[in-house]
Design a protein around this ligand. Sequence first.
Ligand SMILES: Cc1ncc(COP(=O)(O)O)c(C=O)c1O
Length: 488
Amino acid sequence: MSSGASSLASTGTSSLASTVAGTVAQPNYDWQGFGFEIRQVHAGDYPDLNNGLRVPPIALSTGYVFDDFDDQVERFAGQPARPTGAGAFFGEAEATPSPIYSRQGNPTNAVAEARLASLEGGTAAVAVSSGQAAISSALFALAQHGDHIVSTASIYGGTRILFGRSFKRFGIDVDYVWNIDDDDEWQQLIRPETKAIYTETIPNPRNDVVDLRRVVEVAKRYHLPVIVDNTVGTPALIRPIEHGVNIVVHSTTKFLSGHGASVGGAIVDGGNFDWEAAERAGRSYPLITKAPRPGLASMLDRFGDAAYARATREAVVNDIGPSLSPLNGFLLHQGMETLSLRMDRHVASSIAIARWLERQPEVVSVDYAGLPSNALYDIAARDYGVDADGFGRTGSVFGLTVRGGIDGARAFVNGLRLFSRMTGIGDTRSMVLHPLTSTHATFAAEVNERLGISPGLLRLTLGLESVNDLIADLRGALDRVAALERSL
Ligand SMILES: Cc1ncc(COP(=O)(O)O)c(C=O)c1O
């Protein structure tokens, strides 16, 4: 007989030994308590009993079949899924009804949602169609016409535009706090109608990291949930919920999907906000704490520490409709499998290049909080950790100011051959953008001045290319800046 499994089975082993050897251990699907690198690959995965697919497939179906007439009635009535019911994949609580339609949820996206919730340390996540959809949906679940939000001042330009235009039109005002250490400033801004504090971990574009502990401390004082955009940080570098933040939003378009191919977003519920205490203190969150209709208990009663996520899914995303395509959901859950590996590389390159840039004569300043010369270095080192040489690991989106103002910036951008001139961050490819004439073009001059968005400022986002090649490209562009200066 030839070698192989069948020959091993017939070598005269005892029946006990063959029973032991033949007993198949069940694959694990509960990854709670496992390390980050295990969870980024496995969390959210499920056994495919039909075909044995190892990679969770792309479930292209607009809806879900009802078992029978009564099942349809139960699902529309928000009844918990039947024990044998199809499609109970949301996994937020036993009270979860079976799905109806893919605008509300999809098995492919559910893998991404469970994986991201696990990586961020939240109770549940909701995937949506873009980062902007995530920010809007996250806040619409908390605030309505007449309500108010306080945001830190240094945030992504698109979010500032969203707040100043669409939120304003919908009757939700946003005010900005400029100095988070100033108690008086908070006190002047926070009103009875304030429903949330909004911030970013590593603000785009200037890498001016926010002291989350301080923001959380203020929010607790006023019984407000803190929402943080962790797009630039990613859970591989910082997990805001561990710092007391309540809700995390992402543009998954960026590092989480990681390859510049698909637009998406997500909202993660930290499960750590006391909605009832906030109500007692006079801040009401009706989508979470009130019965949505007669005969159905509140989200809080039905979904407990995942009530906010469920309310966002049911009462905002399902109504307004920014659902994620399962194709993009697939790219997201697959992208997350390599998140920490990519982030290590992004960060190592950024530290090396920020250090190199600081030494170049054509460079006025480098905004990378992980550099010891940066005013925010202590927060960077404390919250993001340091590399072997003591540099803080504050991501790979940062600012660089070249000499010569806007003409210097033009010479620099036009001189790049490897960096792509485009908007976007968190790609495998390195990119450059001039914020003043793009993301910040519509803001008043004094706002840009206060934010440090100067004519010579460029936003770099470093990809996964080799540092030497990136430096060679940057050197060529800086030579243009030097040549421009000589020509004047
Ligand atoms: C920090 C941050 N948040 C949100 C967004 C918006 O994300 P999206 O483009 O996926 O809508 C971006 C986009 O650049 C961003 O950089």
